[in-house]
Design a protein around this ligand. Structure first.
Ligand SMILES: Cc1cc2nc3c(=O)[nH]c(=O)nc-3n(C[C@H](O)[C@H](O)[C@H](O)COP(=O)(O)O)c2cc1C
Length: 155
């Protein structure tokens, strides 16, 4: 898939084949693509937490405003940023990174969706994320299951 096709055909995926796991090779390819993302001062202020525990995903889903589908995904990846290493551009770095995650996933036949609004303090506690770090999003990762509800149908 060329880059223009990937950009144009990517959609937010909110319905996943719950029991079809993501191959480790594909997960690593997505994360490696993310590691190639540009960042302010080349600070690379990101860390990834791969979440495979179904119960954890379910508990996180309950703390989101519009991310209930996290309860029904084979895995999630939390994007964690360090505001101290990126000269206050960490949110920009994280935004670019998240789109690269989405495009890389899509190019491999996988889907994801930015989950924005959540009780960050609670989710940070669940994932043992230190106080000084920023939890940007928890991204579902899995194989799309048919037609996904599009915003705002999913509300
Ligand atoms: C910062 C940000 C936060 C978002 N938060 C959510 C969310 O919490 N739940 C959700 O279902 N979609 C969320 N989205 C996805 C948007 O709804 C989606 O990108 C938009 O409707 C366009 O649809 P598309 O991605 O399929 O092209 C978010 C997107 C962005 C960029």
């Amino acid at each position: 898939m060329d880059v223009f096709e990937a950009i144009e055909s990517r959609r937010s995926i909110r319905k996943y084949k719950k029991d079809q796991p993501v191959e480790e090779e594909k997960l690593n390819k997505v994360l490696e693509a993310c590691r190639a993302s540009p960042s302010s001062h080349n600070g690379q202020p990101w860390e990834f937490i791969v979440i495979k525990n179904k119960n954890t995903l379910k508990e996180i889903s309950k703390e989101t405003a519009y991310g209930q589908f996290l309860a029904n995904v084979p895995m999630g990846v939390a994007i964690v940023l360090d505001p101290n290493v990126s000269q206050s551009f960490h949110m920009v770095d994280g935004g670019i990174l998240t789109e690269i995650f989405a495009l890389a996933a899509h190019a491999l036949g996988l889907g994801t969706c930015w989950v924005g609004t959540m009780n960050r303090e609670k989710v940070k506690q669940m994932l043992n994320i230190p106080e000084g770090k920023v939890l940007l999003t928890v991204l579902p990762l899995g194989y799309p299951d048919g037609k996904s509800p599009q915003f705002p149908e999913n509300l």
